[in-house]
Design a binder for this molecule. Structure first.
Ligand SMILES: Cc1cc2nc3c(=O)[nH]c(=O)nc-3n(C[C@H](O)[C@H](O)[C@H](O)COP(=O)(O)OP(=O)(O)OC[C@H]3O[C@@H](n4cnc5c(N)ncnc54)[C@H](O)[C@@H]3O)c2cc1C
Length: 446
């Protein structure tokens, strides 16, 4: 019997495995593909490799707009995928070595619980004192007529394209749809986003979701809101989206990306053979990530929102430390969230709608990026920092739209985590000229 069986080797599972080995536990880790999970193989890493490439193309477009006679050959998608694949395989090798050097036994193959103490994989039954389920999530494909037509893709299929489509309809204005919309638009694809709700990125702060729509339009991305999709149809040259509430609108493209969210992976795990409580919304856990069976834990996307790699990895480490008898309480309220659009969006804490719903007394302040010297110097002044704070000037939430927002947000997350009046940090000196000075401008304005 091993100390710990872990089902799923994404960020949640492999971080738990590494942490558990530090404390001397014997660990067997199961996955149907090499370690790394959605994040490494089809999520964070490939999409950010492509975001980086898109940024390069935007740099060229900017120089061309300044009158520089730069010409660019048509995009060779295979060459761009190579850079993405190099990044993915380098990191996959790193994770595999870390696990191997730590002495984690990795079992490659589908795995299923057979009862509260056993996992079956490749015909072998493994027994564990404790089990962690870290099975992740999968792309949700809504029951739309024609959803299985060739050319209708989810975010995994998109990574297998051999050439860039000339046009793409993105169904869903959440973060995955928006990231791919901005990346592919930067590479010259004609992009239309269709969203059933009245705004894009509905979970974001209202100012952010309003503004990202403006930015999308500026990029030449068509945005259709309040759309009811009647079905997808094949045409001679591609695909058509039928709109129930706008039947006269001709909406056609070479490909369709369905990005309507992700669902916790709870099927095919054998959960019904255990006492673990779960629903399509995820496995039910307490604050220690313990399921209804005390020695079975669950972490990451399979327990529901927010579905973020850094949340999954902290939960994995939290469980391993708990098993080792170490108190570890990550500040889950202060998890930063980033959307890699152009400009990037990053946030921490509550939105203004959350604060209103809680009935809190609050004020907001908005610093335009235009007030930042580095933003002006690099001709990237579209964006802002919005903060929401209470009567003691303690931060309740922050929402940033700016280049490098994914970097700047961590200083703000620290301020949020500290829960002290923001005025205490007024004298922290920021280097000039940097985009981070927007934080200093905000602090000095209070
Ligand atoms: C396009 C895209 C972009 C993203 N970008 C970001 C980002 O920028 N930042 C961010 O924080 N998050 C991002 N995410 C989300 C991030 O990938 C997930 O939140 C993260 O991977 C969750 O980690 P996890 O360990 O819970 O699950 P996963 O990474 O999904 O790992 C679960 C693993 O379990 C395995 N598994 C499941 N069932 C079985 C079974 N029965 N037998 C064997 N193996 C099994 C799967 O093969 C998988 O490897 C992105 C996701 C996508 C799709």
């Amino acid at each position: 019997m091993v100390d710990l069986l872990i089902l799923g080797a994404g960020p949640g599972g492999y971080e738990a495995a590494l942490e558990a080995r530090k404390h001397g536990m014997t660990v067997t880790l199961f996955d149907e593909r090499p370690a790394g999970g959605t994040c490494l193989w089809v999520g964070c890493i490939p999409s950010k490799a492509m975001h980086h490439i898109a940024e390069g193309y935007r740099g060229i477009a900017h120089l061309q707009a300044l009158g520089q006679p730069i010409t660019v050959d048509p995009i060779d998608l295979k060459a761009l995928w190579n850079q993405k694949n190099t990044a993915v395989h380098t990191l996959a090798g790193d994770v595999a070595s870390l696990l191997q050097n730590a002495g984690v036994e990795m079992v490659l193959g589908h795995a299923q619980l057979t009862d509260d103490h056993h996992i079956l994989s490749n015909g072998i039954l493994y027994e564990g004192k404790t089990i962690i389920i870290a099975s992740g999530s999968y792309p949700f494909m809504p029951p739309i007529d024609g959803i299985h037509l060739p050319g209708v893709l989810d975010s995994n299929h998109l990574l297998a394209l051999s050439s860039l489509p000339s046009s793409l309809i993105v169904v869903g204005g959440g973060y995955i749809g928006l990231e791919w919309a901005f990346i592919l638009r930067s590479l010259g694809v004609k992009v239309t986003i269709v969203e059933a709700l009245p705004s894009l990125l509905t979970i974001a702060d209202e100012d952010v979701s309003k503004r990202i729509q403006v930015f999308a339009k500026k990029e030449g991305i068509e945005v259709l809101l309040n759309v009811q999709i009647g079905g997808f149809e094949k045409t001679e040259s591609g695909l058509r989206v039928k709109l129930n509430n706008n039947p006269d609108k001709v909406l056609e493209a070479e490909k369709i990306l369905v990005a309507t969210g992700r669902r916790p992976r709870v099927d095919g795990l054998g959960l019904e053979k255990t006492g673990v409580q779960y629903s399509p919304r995820g496995i039910v856990v307490n604050a220690l990530k313990q399921t209804s069976v005390p020695h079975i834990y669950a972490v990451g996307d399979c327990i529901g929102n927010p579905m973020l790699a850094h949340k999954a990895s902290f939960e994995g480490r939290q469980v391993a430390m708990h098993l080792a008898g170490i108190e570890f309480h990550p500040d889950y309220a202060a998890i930063p969230a980033v959307v890699f659009t152009f400009p990037e969006i990053a946030s921490v804490g509550l939105t203004e709608a959350d604060v209103r719903a809680k009935g809190l007394t609050y004020e907001t302040k908005r610093i335009p990026l235009r007030a930042n010297c580095k933003a002006v110097a690099s001709a990237q002044t579209d964006g802002f920092l919005k903060i929401i704070y209470d009567e003691n000037k303690v931060l309740l939430g922050a929402h940033l739209m700016a280049p490098q927002a994914s970097v700047i947000i961590h200083e703000i997350a620290l301020l949020y985590h500290e829960k002290k009046p923001l005025t205490e940090w007024k004298n922290v000196i920021h280097a000039h000229p940097t985009l981070s000075e927007i934080v200093q401008t905000m602090l000095q304005s209070l």
